[in-house]
Design a protein around this ligand. Structure first.
Ligand SMILES: Nc1ncnc2c1ncn2[C@@H]1O[C@H](COP(=O)(O)OP(=O)(O)OP(=O)(O)O)[C@@H](O)[C@H]1O
Length: 522
């Protein structure tokens, strides 16, 4: 059959029209898929100019896609690296990027022509709910920790993690206490570290060990507030085979024996039972231990560093701490200044803490602006550095921009007291919470208390009296207990039952935390 010339042409025209339609439809589909993607998508040319931006990303950025096409991507998207990838040609997978105050997971892929030249870069950001992101990250850290535990368990359990360089603060109070700690480290005598909760006593204990001639020996910690009284003796001194029913068959080494040739850090020493204090004194004098069930004492070479946030002298007066042991420990006392007495250190501390938080959470470092730092310096910090760290961690979660501003700190509005002194900062510490309750009681209203916010903030809101939201009928003590229990249970949940981490999260001292945990049966 002959096909006329006109027939050929019309056939070809029809075919190409069909292909055009198909291509156009395909393009429409891609466009719809791009626009409706859950992720933010952006494509740049090799000069870093935006070729296309989907609606999801445009909405997040608060721009109209049509207005930004052709603009340099760095002018439109904060902290972008699309233009850099266009230059390096190296893909960046799952990088963290802060955009409009939200952390995103960004992936940037160079697109090449057949000769291998970069002609464009495709970028994708997944913005998770921030909590999810942090939860994911916490979970990831846990898994990583579990994976690495068998290899370095022994090492991390028995070695000091911090040195003097980890102790931040170059104001006069801190410089002199650090200098004294270095001197104390060179001796072999017991050191007593005193200071309020969160002032860095544990940090100093580690650093003293590291500065001492025992630095290559073990560093063993015992939290005297956490050991149940009946187990104390065997925990410290160990026991021999068959010492008591339920004992491990082969016997067990105590902390003293584990710390042989190293340092034993007795944290919260004020909580040590009196009977054990007598035994500790004996070890310090005789330099030998007597494991439970042992026939003879065994020599040990251990240097004691003890810490407390209690007033040991007062405990001695009250008959709760042995005078002779107190004198023995008190030979070298390092008194750590509370943060309110070294506010000049707050800027460097904040910088250090923010860097550490960023590192621990795999984020980019964020800074606090001058007003935020001034606000931090206006606080009294009853929970000291731990509390400062908690406030900064929270600010990091709730900040809106890429720099922490005063309002991100979540502190009550700055106010001067009657004596001109700045108002106390928000405290998440137990002490802070109780103080809020006490303030209310002293104000002559013992049956009522401010809301949870007031309790945890450490300062009753200015309008507590006026706002019905802050007034409830439940008796004061019950409210405090209920809230305290909820907070402790919540923190334990978030930290997967890790008491130390939960105590840190709440800005509470470890001993108070353990006590409360037991008290509430959690
Ligand atoms: N000078 C400092 N520089 C850097 N970090 C610090 C400093 N002081 C304290 N910190 C940090 O504050 C937190 C509390 O410190 P640490 O546990 O040493 O305090 P503490 O006095 O032993 O508290 P507690 O009496 O409640 O056990 C830790 O995260 C610690 O790293």
């Amino acid at each position: 059959m002959r096909i006329s010339k006109g027939g050929w042409v019309s056939q070809l025209l029809k075919q190409s029209a069909r292909e055009r339609d198909r291509a156009a439809q395909e393009l429409r589909l891609y466009k719809v898929a791009l626009e409706n993607a859950y992720e933010g998508l952006v494509i740049c040319d090799r000069e870093g100019r935006i070729l296309t931006l989907n609606d999801t990303y445009a909405t997040l950025l608060g721009v109209r896609a049509a207005d930004v096409i052709g603009k340099p991507v760095a002018d439109v998207i904060e902290n972008t690296r699309m233009h850099i990838v266009a230059k390096t040609g190296k893909a960046e997978i799952a990088d963290l990027q802060l955009v409009k105050g939200r952390w995103m997971i960004a992936t940037r892929i160079p697109i090449r022509d057949q000769a291998g030249n970069v002609i464009a870069v495709a970028g994708k950001v997944v913005f998770q709910d921030l909590d999810n992101l942090f939860q994911m990250n916490t979970r990831f850290k846990e898994i990583r920790k579990q994976l690495h535990q068998p290899a370095d368990k022994g090492k991390s359990a028995a070695s000091a993690k911090y040195g003097m360089s980890h102790i931040i603060g170059d104001g006069e109070p801190m410089r002199s206490v650090k200098a004294m700690a270095v001197k104390a480290a060179k001796t072999n005598g017991a050191v007593l570290i005193t200071g309020e909760s969160g002032t860095g006593k544990e940090l100093f204990a580690h650093a003293i060990h590291r500065e001492s001639s025992r630095y290559s020996g073990p560093f063993i910690t015992v939290n005297c507030a956490a050991v149940p009284e009946p187990l104390f003796e065997s925990e410290l001194f160990g026991y021999k085979e068959g010492a008591f029913t339920g004992a491990v068959k082969s016997g067990k080494k105590g902390k003293f024996a584990l710390a042989h040739k190293g340092t034993l850090f007795l944290d919260e020493i004020g909580d040590m039972p009196l009977q054990l204090q007598a035994k500790l004194l004996r070890v310090l004098q005789e330099k030998e231990i007597e494991p439970v069930g042992a026939a003879y004492p065994e020599p040990v070479d251990v240097r004691i560093v003890a810490a407390t946030n209690q007033n040991l002298a007062r405990l001695v007066e009250q008959g709760k701490f042995r005078r002779d042991l107190y004198y023995r420990l008190h030979v070298i006392e390092l008194r750590l200044p509370p943060l309110r007495e070294r506010k000049e250190d707050i800027p460097v501390l904040a910088e250090f803490i923010l860097k550490k938080l960023a590192r621990d959470n795999g984020l980019h470092t964020v800074q606090a602006d001058a007003a935020a730092i001034r606000r931090l310096q206006s606080c009294d910090w009853p929970g000291n550095v731990r509390e400062l760290s908690n406030v900064l961690e929270r600010a990091l979660l709730f900040m809106e921009g890429s720099v922490i501003r005063e309002e991100d700190l979540g502190l009550p509005p700055f106010a001067h007291g009657a004596d001109g002194a700045p108002a106390t900062g928000r405290s998440e510490s137990e002490e802070g919470g109780i103080r809020a309750a006490e303030i209310q009681e002293k104000d002559g209203d013992p049956g009522r208390i401010v809301s949870a916010q007031g309790v945890t903030s450490g300062a009753a809101p200015d309008n507590a009296e006026a706002s019905p939201a802050y007034r409830e009928q439940e008796p004061l003590k019950e409210q405090v207990r209920r809230l305290e229990k909820e907070l402790i249970a919540g923190a334990l949940r978030l930290e997967n039952g890790d008491s130390q981490a939960a105590a840190r999260r709440l800005g509470m001292g470890k001993s108070s935390f353990y006590k409360k945990r037991g008290e509430y049966g959690l």
